[in-house]
Design a protein around this ligand. Structure first.
Ligand code: BDR
Length: 332
């Protein structure tokens, strides 16, 4: 009898002390969370493009100003949806204080975005939309409007008639799909004598974009113009025109900027570039999370205007800042 009572007491004491230990561990963890500097995850679609480096630099600027830390990680390519989902899930399990993400695909990232919400981790979507409203804010360029600008520019330089091709980025990419829609709809509505004879995806890869542009130029020897809806496609299409000796003969309107795109703009390979402000997108994206943590309510949607850059306005200070964002200053 005595032995049984003794064992019951030991068992009770064991449960009691385990409970106390668990409580103090939870308290320690939450104290750690409160004591360390807030840590935000910034997840691009990929890392190589100049565009994502400018996003990174903008987020770093916002982090420095707010005295918080960011951790930067993204897939190697913009088509690696599974890789981006895994990176997002990892940050959720590490319970970061917020997530800024550019979804590689409008649908594939929805569940991960919802899991961040369920884990009560504030999340802001940047650059490309996702088919959910479960975010603090959506900060992006007016991409559809960017496609409209490109269509009007290309039709203008073709004097309202000709055959054109679209070098698209990736199926499912929210930002570029909006541009491509804006371009197609504007050509159809406003320029009946401009015909889109080819529309192909360069899969966010420069060499693929070069190859498909060459195929299109072979299939349509009388092609008059090209619209490339993002950085890799613009670089690949410009390369194809140079290699085929078609500079000035086939008009190219590109999207985004990089040193080589600006050089090709100066050299007449590219007529114009529709340019975004990725530095500001990265900056504002993180700022919405910092503001939310401070109890403010950031706008649900922040639209930044695209800018048409041509030889004529390239030297203006406001344009120079856009085509050469201060990346080195932050990513040294
Ligand atoms: C391109 O992908 C898009 O999501 C960005 O806006 C940029 O135009 C970079 O590859």
């Amino acid at each position: 009898m005595k032995v049984r009572r003794h064992r019951r007491n030991v068992g009770f004491q064991w449960c009691y002390f385990s409970f106390v230990a668990l409580l103090s561990l939870a308290g320690f963890q939450s104290a750690c969370r409160q004591r360390r500097r807030p840590l935000y995850a910034v997840i691009p679609k990929a890392q190589a493009h100049i565009y994502w480096q400018a996003i990174h630099a903008g987020a770093l600027k916002a982090a420095l100003e707010a005295n918080v830390d960011i951790i930067w990680n993204g897939p190697a390519t913009e088509s690696d949806y599974a890789g981006q989902i895994a990176i997002t899930e990892d940050f959720i399990s590490r319970h970061v204080d917020g997530i800024e993400i550019a979804p590689t695909d409008r649908d594939a990232l929805v569940n991960a975005i919802r899991r961040a919400r369920d884990a009560q981790i504030p999340l802001t979507v940047i650059d490309s939309g996702a088919n959910t409203e479960d975010y603090v804010s959506f900060v992006a360029t007016d991409n559809y409007g960017g496609g409209v600008i490109a269509a009007r520019r290309l039709a203008e330089i073709l004097k309202g008639h000709g055959n054109v091709a679209v070098i698209a980025l990736l199926p499912g990419s929210g930002s570029t799909t909006a541009r491509e829609e804006g371009f197609k709809n504007t050509i159809a509505k406003e320029f009946p004598k401009v015909k889109i004879v080819a529309f192909q995806y360069g899969m966010s890869d420069r060499s693929r974009s070069l190859a498909i542009t060459e195929d299109i130029l072979t299939a349509y020897p009388t092609l008059d113009g090209i619209f490339a809806s993002a950085e890799p496609g613009s670089i690949g299409a410009a390369q194809a025109l140079k290699e085929r000796g078609l500079v000035g003969k086939v008009k190219l309107v590109g999207f985004d900027t990089s040193a080589s795109l600006v050089e090709d703009l100066r050299g007449g390979v590219i007529d114009s570039l529709v340019v975004q402000d990725p530095f500001r997108i990265g900056y504002l994206g993180l700022k919405t999370l910092i503001d939310a943590r401070a109890g403010h309510t950031p706008p649900k949607h922040i639209d930044l205007p695209p800018t048409l850059v041509t030889l004529e306005n390239l030297s203006q200070p406001s344009i120079r800042v856009l085509v050469s964002p201060d990346v080195e200053g932050y990513l040294h």
